[in-house]
Ligand binder design. Structure first.
Ligand SMILES: C[S@@+](CC[C@H](N)C(=O)[O-])C[C@H]1O[C@@H](n2cnc3c(N)ncnc32)[C@H](O)[C@@H]1O
Length: 234
């Protein structure tokens, strides 16, 4: 993928460490059989209507983990197109299995760094919604620089959203929730949709995720943050 000056700016956020992880025989088989159809190469300016073979509102999930939430949303909303980005290959294999089992045709996947994909493959103003569920919390203070929700990342998300599109984030880490709130509330074209300008209840459309369930077992409080993009002149 060609590099741009914008890439250099967000290169400072390194939100993951590549880990091998165990890949099951079923995930491997799913990758061998379906990767070519459902996984996209990170090429600039992809023609999504051609790729999905139709025009439909486009939603993105960043860091989908095992893909269960993305598959459930795509199954519940067959009139929408979904993109998922995840660097962990076993997770991609797991999502391919779900796609195959449920016969889903409205998902495409990038197995790549979300920052590169956002900057180079997603047109400005093209997304109806962005989902960021339980991004790596990097709990140690010296690792907080790895947290993906930073002003430059939020600027990128806001740029990719169409007018009235939304960003929906969730986390089970108290201090990360406060950091997300601070960074997102500070962004001029994103309006917090909760009544008190803070957190929302989990909306019915968001299924619980694997990391969320683990957090709940540990006694953590889950917080959802939902922002709508509005024209500052309105
Ligand atoms: C804590 S897990 C949460 C997974 C899932 N959303 C859930 O709630 O079960 C965060 C995921 O984000 C992925 N991730 C982190 N940084 C990423 C990046 N820059 N691009 C793509 N995926 C990323 C990780 O590989 C990991 O699977």
């Amino acid at each position: 993928m060609p590099s741009t000056s914008k890439t250099t700016a967000s290169r400072r956020i390194r939100s993951f460490i590549r880990r091998q992880g165990r890949i099951t025989p079923a995930q491997l088989q799913a990758l061998q059989e379906h990767e070519e159809i459902f996984c996209l190469d990170p090429e600039p300016a992809p023609e999504f209507p051609r790729i999905f073979q139709r025009r439909a509102p486009l939603f993105l999930e960043i860091g989908f983990g095992n893909g269960a939430c993305l598959a459930a949303m795509a199954a519940a909303n067959p009139d929408r197109n979904y993109l998922g980005i995840e660097v962990h290959r076993p997770g991609v294999g797991h999502l391919l299995l779900l796609i195959q089992q449920r016969g889903l045709s409205n998902i495409r996947i990038y197995c790549h760094d979300a920052l590169d994909i956002l900057e180079q493959c997603i047109a400005d103003g093209s997304l109806s919604g962005i989902h960021l569920y339980f991004p790596d919390p990097w709990p140690k203070k010296r690792h907080h620089k790895r947290r993906i929700v930073k002003p430059e990342f939020v600027e990128l998300l806001a740029r990719k959203l169409q007018d009235q599109g939304y960003v929906h984030a969730a986390t089970d880490w108290d201090d990360y929730a406060e950091e997300m709130l601070r960074v997102l509330n500070a962004y001029r074209t994103l309006v917090n949709t909760s009544a008190d300008g803070r957190y929302c209840q989990r909306p019915d459309y968001r299924p619980m995720t694997k990391f969320e369930q683990r957090g709940i077992r540990l006694g953590h409080t889950v917080r959802d943050l939902i922002y709508r993009k509005c024209n500052p002149a309105e």
